[in-house]
Design a binder for this molecule. Structure first.
Ligand code: 2NL
Length: 340
């Protein structure tokens, strides 16, 4: 049995010297020291030994096992170190190589225009207000002096959620909510998305952006409206722009007007951009209708105000010379990259 133990040890040493991975090491450990391993076989056959020999051989087996276990521990450690060294060597970063560039995003033309407009009004002391896009019929129409049978309802192809809830067709409901929640003086704009069930073409999209504005205080007149909007247009399109007001009708303002500005391309001569007119239609406006003030809890005998509204999409298209609204919503990189 002594020879048997020596033979196991020798074979073990040879295999240990030859192996190079932890998997091979584990396989060897099971083979020699495992439950069905070679030493277990010897211990099992000890029944045939004499009572004097048994403890001697038992001791030898245990010593041999401990010796081999110690060797395994040592080799295991050095294999681990070797693996870590190899890993570190492979992971060396060559900091002299050129980096991988991530593509840079840019602002969408709609947001460029929106931010410019917001900054102009912030400079003039306006606040920016927001409100829900899914809105009560009351705030979208009723409170704006547009009752259920009013023809203006037919002109706006409204998305109805149910009898009382719509997708807002304009951002005016934000002004109504502001009138209800704040006391004059009020000086605010409400930029945001609006919805109309229009068929898509070069000038129509079912989702588009609007900016409306509202000023309410004691003694506000049409002169305040003209001065404010004239200054806005000059800051937006250039100091040389001349504005003119044409009478118009909106249910929520009285009197109402549309404002045109001289074409910023031809300065009034007439060109392709303004279709030979020399002027471009810029926005709708007017003095807030007394009924609208009353509905919002403001006494029209004490306060007056003006309001205005325009499409951000059209203003963006005018500013950048874009001829199709669909380009603003298709996320085509060939288009968007031009605005970096
Ligand atoms: C246009 C014209 C306009 C308003 C919007 C408004 C809001 C309140 C009271 C009175 Cl709460 N008016 N908004 C007034 C005049 C014109 O928009 O052509 N928009 C695209």
């Amino acid at each position: 049995m002594r020879e048997q133990i020596d033979a196991i040890k020798q074979k073990f040493n040879e295999k240990l010297a030859a192996l190079s991975t932890s998997e091979e090491l584990e396989k060897l450990r099971v083979e020699v020291l495992g439950k069905k391993g070679e030493f277990t076989q010897i211990l099992r056959s000890m029944g045939s030994l004499s009572a004097e020999e048994r403890p001697l051989i038992g001791k030898l087996v245990n010593e041999a096992k401990e010796e081999l276990e110690e060797k395994i521990r040592f080799v295991k450690e050095s294999l681990k170190e070797r693996a870590t060294d190899a890993k570190l060597k492979n992971e060396v970063i060559d900091i002299t190589l050129p980096g991988v560039k991530s593509p840079m995003g840019g602002k969408h033309p709609l947001m460029m225009t929106m931010e410019k407009i917001e900054n102009i009004f912030l400079e003039m002391g306006f606040t920016i207000e927001e409100g829900p896009e899914v809105e009560l019929d009351y705030y979208n129409f009723e409170a704006l002096n547009i009752p259920k049978d009013h023809p203006a309802r037919g002109e706006q192809d409204t998305f109805y959620i149910d009898d009382q809830v719509v997708l807002r067709t304009q951002t005016s409901p934000v002004q109504i909510r502001t009138i209800e929640n704040q006391k004059p003086p009020i000086k605010m704009i409400s930029p945001g998305k609006v919805y109309r069930s229009d068929d898509v073409d070069a000038t129509h999209s079912p989702i588009f952006y609007q900016i409306e504005g509202l000023v309410i205080d004691k003694g506000i007149t049409f002169a305040d409206l003209k001065g404010t909007l004239d200054l806005f247009v000059k800051k937006m399109f250039g100091d040389d722009i001349i504005t003119k007001f044409r009478p118009h009708h909106f249910p929520f303002t009285e009197p109402s007007a549309e404002m045109d500005g001289t074409c910023f391309v031809c300065h009034g001569e007439g060109c392709k951009v303004c279709k030979g007119e020399g002027f471009m239609e810029l926005l709708g406006c007017g003095m807030v209708h007394p009924e609208v003030l009353k509905k919002g809890g403001i006494d029209p005998e004490v306060y007056s105000g003006f309001a205005f509204g325009f499409g951000l999409d059209r203003m963006t298209m005018q500013k950048f010379g874009i001829d199709d609204i669909r380009l603003l919503y298709e996320s085509d990189m060939r288009f968007l990259k031009q605005f970096k």
